[in-house]
Write a protein that binds this ligand. Structure first.
Ligand code: NA7
Length: 535
């Protein structure tokens, strides 16, 4: 391994080999830039490498959740289901890596510890846990929005004598819950996906729920003959529509208010959305679900009725009914989630009523009960959007740490760069649509944009690019303004860091829409990188 005296030199260092890092590497090669990618896992795939829990599945449709940069790749890859499961998405990532021979520039099982900018020679120096030291003009953080799982913040974990699992660090080998008493903590997307399957395997399952979710049926199914071919024949247009859409998946714009129609019509519209099976269906059939509390309540009420109609035990049904506005926390998409609570080997514990005290050597103790368990599954979520960046010692001009600069919340220009950190790019960083988008759409946009910016710098003979404080302040204000106009800011969600104790409450994703955001970025580029200083 190279030592500090003889660092490897590249044009670009990329951190992470998920969908963002892989495409960034491909882009660098296209531009004739030398690049290396450091990846903590021993294979590509990022999120889809780590999250191997039973039932893990993307809740964007497979024919949309895929790269668009290569028409050949688009045409040759065959998806099998409407919503692809984790193993298939991982195979797709692996296929992409092989097809474009990406692996030769990826250093696996190598975690980046630090990235420091040197004012003098205007380069980034990156250090890894393997002792690599490398320098580059540009450093690209392709570290993911939901890649750093948060500690569960529960006492006594170490004392538990059974098995502990985390959905985001699931073992490779098959986990067999047969005959076991299993506890799952957490009912977000990960919990909602694994609970029905663990319930089928285990002797008994206890679900520990803090906040109930609004879950919609995925209506997943194998792709029907002709469906894939039709999409493939029309891919360029579909991709164009994805890029112009609000959330990365084209959706007809709703023109009516939920309050304009009578109960019968409204219910019929909601029922159709429910049957359609999409996380964006229910909250986009009317034009005011995200803005108007009364409109939002009509959709929330519809889902609560559904829960009560599916779940037979009235107390369990009530505990499963959320009381916050729908779609302000991320809705979940499931296969048989609510019906799982009708099984006689499944029990729901409402932690709002019986708070969790601690984990003991034999299970989980709540205020009123000792739950004896053989295994505990944490589906407790992530330090979202900024967590992976915070784990790396990132230092910009004058040795200033990103962590300190962001102590009161992340500050970026366009969610792409931060003032004081020249030539550092974040793919789907805070202040970009990120998790409010179908990720690959936004990843490709950022990678293309970074490629164009580097190209422009080279053409103009410039060395560095960095946002002005003014442009950054303006962007941060804009991100906040747009968020505050929607109901998004009204729930204690990980969108604003509420799930991590002590994390500053700042609404991180840009709510203004994927299409609008793209236009803002395109205009910035067309206006000679407006808002950035080039030196
Ligand atoms: P989420 O959506 O953050 O869900 C985590 C769940 O775990 C959620 O229900 C939390 O309740 C619960 N949780 C977290 N900490 C605790 C503790 N200490 N005690 C009890 N319950 C707890 O993460 P997911 O992995 O499910 O999904 C993340 C995203 O991945 C998803 O949105 C998709 O974009 C894909 P809380 O709501 O905080 O009260």
């Amino acid at each position: 391994a190279p030592g500090a005296d003889s660092p490897d030199r590249y044009d670009v260092i990329v951190v992470g080999a998920g969908f963002a890092g892989m495409y960034m590497l491909y882009k660098c090669r296209q531009l004739g830039l030398s690049a290396v990618v450091y990846e903590a896992g021993d294979d590509v795939g990022g999120t889809w490498f780590w999250n191997r829990y039973p039932g893990a599945r993307c809740d964007v449709e497979s024919l949309s959740y895929s790269y668009s940069f290569s028409p050949e790749l688009e045409q040759e890859w065959e998806w099998t289901e409407r919503y692809a499961a984790q193993p298939e998405i991982l195979r797709y990532a692996q296929h992409t890596a092989d097809r474009f021979d990406l692996r030769r520039d990826i250093r696996f099982e190598t975690r980046v510890l630090a990235a420091h900018f040197d004012d003098g020679n205007r380069t980034w120096t990156v250090r890894t846990d393997k002792g690599d030291v490398a320098t580059a003009r540009f450093c690209v953080m392709a570290t993911g929005c939901l890649s750093t799982f948060k500690p569960p913040e529960i006492d006594g974990i170490d004392t538990f004598r059974g098995k502990i699992y985390h959905t985001a660090a699931w073992p490779r080998e098959e986990v067999d819950f047969a005959g076991q008493r299993v506890g799952v903590i957490g009912t977000g997307s990960s919990g909602v996906q694994c609970i029905p399957i663990i319930a089928q395997q285990a002797a008994h399952l206890t679900v520990f729920q803090r906040t109930p979710t609004y879950s919609l049926p995925a209506q997943n199914r194998p792709l029907i003959p002709g469906e894939q071919e039709a999409k493939k024949a029309n891919y360029p247009e579909w991709r164009k529509a994805q890029r112009a859409s609000s959330f990365g998946t084209p959706w007809p714009a709703a023109t009516e208010s939920a309050l304009e129609v009578d109960d019968e019509e409204r219910n019929m519209i909601y029922e159709n959305a429910w049957q359609f099976g999409s996380i964006t269906a229910l909250n986009n059939v009317f034009n005011d679900i995200h803005q108007n509390m009364a409109a939002n309540e009509t959709a929330a009420t519809f889902v609560r009725h559904k829960i009560r109609s599916i779940v037979r035990d009235p107390d369990t049904a009530e505990a499963l009914c959320p009381d916050y506005p729908i779609a302000t926390k991320r809705p979940t998409l499931d296969t048989g989630y609510y019906a799982t609570y009708n099984r006689n080997n499944v029990r729901l514990v409402n932690l709002h009523k019986s708070p969790l005290i601690e984990i003991t050597e034999s299970g989980i103790r709540t205020v009123d009960h000792e739950h004896n368990l053989d295994a505990i599954v944490f589906a407790t979520g992530f330090d979202a959007i900024t967590g992976a960046l915070a784990k790396i010692d990132i230092r910009g001009r004058d040795g200033r740490a990103l962590k300190d600069t962001w102590a009161d919340g992340p500050r970026t220009y366009l969610g792409l760069c931060s003032a004081g950190f020249p030539n550092l790019f974040m793919i789907t960083g805070p202040g970009s649509p990120s998790v409010l988008s179908s990720m690959i759409v936004s990843i490709e946009q950022h990678v293309d944009l970074i490629g164009s910016i580097i190209d422009l710098l080279d053409q103009q003979g410039k060395c560095t690019i960095e946002p002005t404080l003014k442009a950054q302040d303006h962007w941060v204000d804009h991100v906040n303004d747009v968020a505050s106009m929607s109901l998004f800011s009204q729930a204690n969600s990980w969108y604003l860091g509420a799930n991590v104790p002590g994390k500053p409450r700042v609404f991180m994703p840009y709510v203004g829409g994927v299409g609008n955001y793209r236009k803002i970025c395109d205009d910035m580029l067309a206006n000679d990188c407006d808002g950035f200083t080039l030196t």
